[in-house]
Design a protein around this ligand. Structure first.
Ligand SMILES: [Zn+2]
Length: 235
C-alpha cells in the first residue's frame, strides 16, 4: 500500500471498564488524525487508507456506501479485552479486515488473532489458547445512504429466506457496521472442542500422583488395614 495509514481515536463510550490502548502517535502525522468532535465511532474516509479501531467494534461506513461498487477500506481493530460469552474473554484481539462495497451490502474479509483463557480437559488447569481465524461476512444495507429511505427487502424473499434475514448481519440506519457479533462467533468457532494445554500437560493429577507416590494416604491405610486383617480371617 503506497499511502500512509492514519488513525482515528475512538472515544470508549461503549465498553466501560476496559482500558484503551495508547494510539500510536507516529502514524498520526497525516494531519486529520483524530476525530475531535467526540463521536463514539470512526468514519471510514478515503480509499486506500487504513482505519484503526481501538477498543471499539463499530465503524461508520457512510462514505464507503457512497462510493461505487468495488470500492474498499482496510480496517485494523485492536481489542485488549473482548467478552465472548458469560465466562470466556478473548484478550489482545487484533483483526485486519478489508471491506468491499457491493450492491446492497459490504463484504468483510478478515483475519483475527488473539488468545482466550481456557481450562485444559486433562489437567484442569487454565491456560492461554491462541486463535488465528480468517473469515468473510456480509453486512447488508438497511437504509439508502443518500436519502435515508428504508431499503425494501428483496422482492423474491420467500418463507425460507425470511429465516436468513433474521440471522444475517446488517448495517444500521446510522450506517454503523458492527463487527462485534460476527467476530465473537468466529472466535468461538476457532476454539478447540477439547482444549488441552499442550505437549507438556502433566495429565490428570490423580493418576499422576497415585502411580509413583509411596504408599500413604487413605487408600494405602485401607490396604494396610486389609493386609493386617488377612491372616486373622484366613486362619
Ligand atoms: Zn493440561
Amino acid at each position: 500500500m503506497d499511502s500512509l495509514p492514519y488513525t482515528v481515536t475512538v472515544t470508549p463510550g461503549v465498553t466501560p471498564g476496559v482500558f484503551v490502548y495508547a494510539v500510536p502517535v507516529a502514524i498520526c502525522t497525516q494531519g486529520r488524525g483524530t476525530n475531535g468532535n467526540g463521536t463514539s465511532n470512526a468514519m471510514a474516509h478515503d480509499e486506500g487508507r487504513v482505519v484503526d479501531l481501538q477498543d471499539d467494534t463499530r465503524l461508520n461506513v457512510a462514505s464507503l456506501l457512497m462510493e461505487p461498487v468495488g470500492s474498499t477500506r482496510d480496517v485494523e481493530l485492536a481489542l485488549p479485552e473482548f467478552a465472548l460469552d458469560d465466562e470466556l474473554v478473548a484478550r489482545n484481539v487484533e483483526m485486519q479486515a478489508r471491506l468491499t462495497r457491493l450492491q446492497d451490502q459490504i463484504l468483510v474479509s478478515a483475519h483475527a488473532t488473539g488468545h482466550v483463557q481456557l481450562e485444559c480437559v486433562r489437567c484442569l488447569e487454565p491456560y492461554d489458547q491462541p486463535f488465528d481465524q480468517e473469515f468473510t461476512e456480509q453486512f447488508f444495507q438497511t437504509v439508502d445512504v443518500r436519502s435515508g429511505a428504508e431499503l425494501a427487502p428483496k422482492a423474491s424473499t420467500g418463507a425460507e429466506e425470511d429465516d436468513d434475514e433474521d440471522l444475517r448481519f446488517s448495517i444500521d440506519e446510522s450506517h454503523q457496521l458492527d463487527f462485534g457479533e460476527s467476530l465473537r462467533q468466529w472466535i468461538l468457532l476457532a476454539l478447540p472442542m477439547r482444549p488441552t494445554c499442550g505437549d507438556a500437560c502433566p495429565g490428570p493429577s490423580i493418576t499422576a500422583t497415585d502411580e509413583n507416590a509411596p504408599a500413604s494416604g487413605s487408600f494405602a491405610d485401607l490396604a494396610r488395614l486389609l493386609d493386617d486383617m488377612d491372616p486373622d480371617t484366613s486362619a
